[in-house]
Design a protein around this ligand. Sequence first.
Ligand SMILES: Cc1cc2nc3c(=O)[nH]c(=O)nc-3n(C[C@H](O)[C@H](O)[C@H](O)COP(=O)(O)O)c2cc1C
Length: 364
Amino acid sequence: MSVLFQPVSIGTLQLRNRFVRSATQDYLGHPDGTISTPEIQLYQELAAGGVGLILTGHAYVQHPLGRASVNQNAIYDDRFIPGYRRLAEAVHAEGAALILQVSHAGRQTPPDWPAALEPVAPSAIPDGRTGRTPRALTEAEIWSLVDAYAAAMGRAQAAGCDGVQLHVAHGYLLAAFLSPYTNRRTDAWGGSVANRGRILQEILARGRRLVGASYPVLVKLNTTDGIDGAGTLTLAEVVTIARHPVAWGVDAIEVSGGHREFKGVMSRPGILTPAQEAYFAPAARAVKAAVAVPVLLVGGLRSRAVMEAVVTDGTADLVALSRPLICEPDLVRRLEAGQATASCVSCNACFNPAGLKCWRPERP
Ligand SMILES: Cc1cc2nc3c(=O)[nH]c(=O)nc-3n(C[C@H](O)[C@H](O)[C@H](O)COP(=O)(O)O)c2cc1C
């Protein structure tokens, strides 16, 4: 049997195979952040389609400043727990596991953001996409965020999710702390790699006190800002950063990259040949060489051959996909039945606040 279809573990969590649905915001939540029936159906369909693990779309940990897009799910209060419990039950009934991804928008607030609400970030660096300049967080606000993330971790466990993933990628708040491009602070929360990672360390310490030592905690980690030049995140820093959360009790690291400001880095368009696939593989290899926990690789995985290669050559332990599973939620079953590659052409039309589906016009 192909290595891809063999069981694998993340900490105490046993998975039926190495296929992961990477976190994907579905724009289908209720406006108040609760889980909707179409979301339950979407997750049920994904689980029935064969993936071993589903990471939820990112849920925001603090209201209102943490919200990143319309109809995004929330986890800033206990009233969101029942919806996630229903989601977890639907996924478990199909034999897959569910991990809740938690985040805060930081400077990447939505286009419909009221002018009166100021986005917050480590430093007041203008965002080229929104045209807005966030306000730098105060020390007291940083501590309240630490508590908000830790409480969200506790809610993931209370909802029966199989683990929690901290979103430390794509320019959202925790990624913004890690990067010298967005974090220019001169206090204990900025400057050295250790200081830029301090908020993550504090969240993990407080979160672990709530969820216990054996509850799976994952991190989705930015390995590049997506722009070159002095004052941006380097791979050498990322490797140091990756070692830290593992020392603080993280059970797996998912390797990604980019900010919303710099298009085409996180979800690179036009992946049509094997050579274009797995665009974060070099970063994954560097991270994997530095840590002893499973590494998940996301970004442009399309063909069964490339997915098999990244696992067998030791680049990563699990393969994570987003856009291909929007196009074909049953892709894992198809690959198992002999389909060689995903039908997704990476056109990025799926970034559509009207709801998650493959919006490709010429799609058969
Ligand atoms: C519509 C859409 C929504 C996404 N939402 C999230 C999210 O909530 N959290 C996250 O970490 N990444 C999110 N991503 C990024 C994906 O998880 C993934 O990292 C990226 O698309 C590259 O993988 P792919 O080539 O398999 O699509 C999203 C991607 C898409 C297309």
